[in-house]
Design a protein. Structure first.
Length: 240
C-alpha cells in the first residue's frame, strides 16, 4: 500500500526565478530585486551548446552573483560531461547542483562528488526520461527536478503530461521517506505561470522554477514583489 501524499496546503510552494529570463545587462540588480520580492531560490540555468542547443552562464557569473543574495543558488547543469563543471560551481558558491543522468557516465559517482563538495544534489529528468533512472540512487539525492519543457530555451509552454509524472515521483518520494530514507525536494521547471501553478503544486511540486513569468511581469515601481506573491497565492489556492 502506498503511503498517503502530503496535502499541498501542508507543503508551501517555493518560487525559484530563473535568471535565464533576467536582464543580463544588470544581473546583480535583478538578483537583488527578486530577493527583496520574496523569492526563495535563485535558479541558474547552465547550458553548453552541446548537451542542449544554447549557451548561457558559467561559474564566474555564479561567483559574481553570490554576494548579491542570501538565497540558495540552485544550479541546473545542462552540460556534458558533468563532473568538472559541477566542482567549479561548488567553488563558485552554488548551494544546489542538479544534472541530467544522460550527461554523465557514472550517475552515482557524480551525485556523491557533488555532495562531497558540500552541495545538495539530484537528477533532472527530461520529459521523455523514464523514472527508472531513480531506482538505485534515491539515497544520494536531495532534489528531483522534472523538466516540463524540453531543455535549452526559456519561454516554452508547459507539457501537460508532466502532471502525471509529478504525481508518480511524489509517490516514489513518499515511499522512500516512509521506508526511512531522507527527504527529497521535488522541483519542476518550464512553462510555470499563474494559471497552472496550482495544478503543478497539487500534483506534488515543492519548488517551481519561473523565468519569463517573473521577469516579464515587473511591478509598476520596477520590482517583482507582486508577481512572486501572486504565484505563491495561486499555488496555495483551493480548487474551484
Amino acid at each position: 500500500m502506498n503511503p498517503p501524499l502530503t496535502p499541498p496546503a501542508a507543503r508551501p510552494c517555493l518560487i525559484a526565478p530563473s535568471i535565464l529570463s533576467a536582464d543580463f545587462a544588470r544581473l546583480g540588480e535583478e538578483v537583488r530585486a527578486i530577493t527583496a520580492a520574496g523569492a526563495n531560490w535563485l535558479h541558474f540555468d547552465v547550458m553548453d551548446n552541446h548537451y542542449v542547443p544554447n549557451l548561457t552562464l558559467g561559474p564566474a557569473v555564479c561567483a559574481a552573483l553570490r554576494p548579491h543574495t542570501p538565497m540558495p543558488i540552485d544550479v541546473h547543469l545542462m552540460v556534458e560531461p558533468v563532473d568538472e563543471l559541477a566542482a567549479l560551481f561548488a567553488k563558485a558558491g552554488a548551494d544546489h547542483i542538479t544534472f541530467h543522468p544522460e550527461a554523465t557516465r557514472h550517475v552515482d559517482r557524480s551525485l556523491q562528488a557533488i555532495r562531497d563538495a558540500g552541495c545538495k544534489t539530484g537528477l533532472v529528468l527530461n520529459p521523455a526520461t523514464p523514472l527508472s533512472v531513480l531506482d538505485h540512487v534515491m539515497d544520494k539525492m536531495d532534489i528531483i527536478l522534472l523538466m516540463s519543457v524540453n531543455p535549452g530555451f526559456g519561454g516554452q509552454a508547459f507539457i501537460p503530461q508532466t502532471l502525471d509524472k509529478l504525481r508518480a515521483v511524489r509517490a516514489r518520494i513518499a515511499a522512500h521517506v516512509a521506508a526511512g530514507g531522507q527527504p527529497i525536494t521535488l522541483q519542476v521547471d518550464g512553462g510555470v505561470k499563474k494559471d497552472n501553478i496550482r495544478a503543478i503544486h497539487a500534483a506534488g511540486a515543492d519548488v517551481c522554477v519561473a523565468g519569463s513569468a517573473v521577469f516579464s511581469a515587473p511591478d509598476a515601481d520596477g520590482g517583482y514583489r507582486g508577481i512572486v506573491s501572486q504565484l505563491k497565492a495561486a499555488a496555495a489556492a483551493l480548487p474551484a
